[in-house]
Design a protein around this ligand. Structure first.
Ligand code: PHE
Length: 457
């Protein structure tokens, strides 16, 4: 098979609109929703963060997702060439978009390893000990264990990519994702019944304007990129696989809503409970460990907590796996594109990079805790670099490219190619041309100032 033929084959791999939605949702729904969202809610003021997040997702998230998917379908190219095909001055964007998954993959696998550890803990009947206050901090600080789990998670991801069995995993996920939703709802209902959770639910749902700051917007924006797999070329790639007749407008709505609902459910599970146990300050203090500290406490209270715990961590594990597969696939395919190497080599290359950056990410919580960059441990630094700097930059350039260089019509025409209605077309135009670029510029400036201590994070 010639290269073009192969490309053709690969690019038409979504046979139905819903298949595309599931694949994109499989990439979008993952640790971003379940792990990252709740701890940011705790960090940045509860309800006010939620409000800002939802507004951003419905306006900006929608606009950017539609843009990226349309760029992919229009150009039929992978991100490293797609931006350049839209306008030759913007070819550099492909490189930046490619760098993001390379940075995310290592630390994503570290957190994936944590999920695996908890899954094993619950399966082996030690769920009760996981509910103790120091279980999590002791685990991530241990010299060997977190590295082993990281290695297993990375190997599982690489193995699936290597065998090319993503399709099989996607099929399993189609069954597991709805299950995850149902189980999450059950846990949320249980949370409501925990004595004292009312105050926590209020903190979670009621926006308190006094807690609003520029950092609320900045962190919500970074979270949105991460959670919806935006500003890193992934949606461009998925867009290039969709058929001309797929209704993109509808698909974007579905992915966006699904992703946000899962995040909201995750927050609802975690925040009220941790609020009961340790108050707002305690919830904040947990930082990235929040999910792992809070959930065992809920399961401990449940009569069938062990079963629920097993089921829940298995589902989270699969959600994390489908996302890490999509991240690694992005890395591998851009390596193939950029360096013209075989798929096998590209996979090995991706694994090496993941280990080189993943080991310090993991060790930063323990033996290498003294090694910090800009005051952050290595994992936090990688997260910051991708979500707070490179992704806003990619998004800003994408908006300038579409809004000012080729015009929003390029995108809206692609989306309405088969005469579909595009509900938020006016909103879209205003977003890409004006609102989004200004907002993104503010964000990038804020983060830069924060480095000089002018703004506190
Ligand atoms: N969006 C995924 C999540 O929420 C993470 C992800 C990041 C997926 C980057 C693909 C690329 O977990």
């Amino acid at each position: 098979m010639g290269k073009n033929e192969k490309d053709e084959k690969r690019r038409s791999s979504f046979t139905s609109g819903i298949g595309f939605v599931f694949a994109a949702a499989g990439s979008a729904v993952g640790l971003g929703n379940l792990w990252r969202f709740p701890y940011l809610v705790a960090q940045y003021g509860g309800g006010i963060f939620i409000l800002v997040y939802i507004i951003l997702a419905l306006t900006f998230g929608f606009a950017l997702m539609a843009t990226e998917i349309a760029i992919g379908r229009k150009t039929q190219k992978s991100p490293s060439r797609a931006y350049g095909a839209i306008h030759k001055k913007f070819g550099f964007l492909g490189i930046f978009a490619t760098v993001v998954p390379i940075i995310i993959l290592p630390y994503y696998c570290v957190i994936g390893g944590w999920v695996l550890k908890y899954m094993v803990t619950f399966i082996t009947g030690q769920g009760l000990s996981a509910a103790s206050d120091t279980y999590f901090s002791e685990f991530i600080a241990a010299p060997v264990q977190p590295l082993v789990y990281f290695a297993i998670f990375l190997a599982a991801t690489a193995f699936i990519i290597f065998l090319g069995v993503n399709k099989g995993i996607e099929k399993i996920t189609k069954v597991l994702m709805p299950l995850l939703v149902v189980l999450s709802i059950v846990i949320c209902i249980f949370v409501v019944t925990i004595p004292g959770s009312g105050a926590g639910i209020k903190f979670y749902l009621l926006p308190d304007p006094s807690k609003f700051s520029l950092m609320t917007v900045c962190s919500a924006m970074g979270q949105m990129f991460f959670s919806m797999s935006l500003a890193m070329g992934i949606m461009v790639t998925y867009g290039s696989y969709t058929k001309p007749e797929t209704n993109l407008s509808k698909s974007v709505n579905q992915i966006e809503i699904f992703d946000t609902v899962i995040a909201l459910l995750a927050g609802f599970m975690v925040i009220p409970v941790i609020y009961v146990f340790s108050g707002e300050a305690g919830a904040k203090a947990n930082g990235p460990g929040l999910l792992f500290v809070a959930l065992p406490k809920i399961f401990e209270q449940m009569a069938i907590g062990r079963v629920v715990g097993i089921l829940f961590f298995v589902l989270v594990f699969f959600a994390a796996l489908t996302s890490s597969i999509s991240i690694m696939e992005a890395v591998v395919s851009s390596f193939i594109d950029m360096f013209h190497i075989t798929r096998r080599r590209a996979i090995i290359f991706a694994i090496v990079i993941a280990i080189v950056l993943g080991v310090p990410s993991s060790m930063g919580n323990g033996l290498w805790a003294n090694f910090t960059i800009l005051g952050m441990d290595f994992l936090t630094f990688l997260d910051y670099l991708s979500n707070s700097l490179i992704m806003p930059f990619v998004a800003l350039c994408t908006c300038l490219l579409i809004g000012w260089f080729v015009g929003p019509k390029t995108i809206t025409d692609e989306i309405t190619r088969n005469g579909e209605k595009m509900g938020r077309r006016k909103l879209y135009n205003v977003m890409v041309k004006y609102v989004a670029p200004v907002l993104l510029a503010i964000i990038l400036i804020t983060y830069s100032l924060a480095q000089f201590g002018v703004v506190t994070m």
